[in-house]
Ligand binder design. Structure first.
Ligand code: ZN
Length: 155
């Protein structure tokens, strides 16, 4: 586990980490594909950038047994989807929602909740995106689509 924290004063380092981790997920995405008979699914689009994400998941007894994504678009939208599925697969819905909240807090989209204790891991590499407000929509697309899928339960 890499516990290294990027300090705000080292923007060069942040950018380098940002590129490396994001491109890794973009080139070799985790959990890419479609679940044939998902319990939950949703489609999301970010018209500003042309990003599309489809989330399919099997959620059983409040546990995300499996989650996959399909889609196309910029490296930030697709790598964020890959990192998200890796972060929440196997987790409870409560844990997944906490990760979602922590991720959105990183961009100032949610009020800061000091009681929230979540290891963001690779997801921290996307923090650099907050310097580019239009790209924040790319980074959160998969997450909003995931939340939408929770409302879209086929069972
Ligand atoms: Zn995008």
């Amino acid at each position: 586990m890499n516990k290294e924290k990027t300090q705000g004063d080292a923007m060069g380092g942040v950018d380098e980490l940002y590129r490396e981790v994001i491109l890794d997920h973009f080139k070799a995405p985790k959990n890419r594909g479609k679940i044939e008979t998902p319990s939950n699914h949703a489609d999301g689009v970010n018209p500003l950038c042309g990003d599309q994400i489809t989330i399919s998941a099997n959620i059983d007894n409040g546990i995300i047994k499996d989650i996959k994504f399909e889609g196309h678009g910029c490296a930030i939208s697709q790598s964020s989807a890959s990192m998200m599925t890796a972060a929440i697969k196997g987790k409870s819905l409560g844990e997944a929602k906490s990760v979602t909240q922590a991720f959105k807090q990183m961009f100032g989209l949610e009020a800061n909740d000091p009681s929230l204790s979540v290891e963001l891991g690779d997801l921290e590499s996307l923090e650099g995106v907050k310097k580019y407000p239009t790209r924040i929509k790319c980074a959160v697309l998969a997450w909003n689509t995931f939340l939408e899928s929770l409302e879209n339960n086929k069972k």
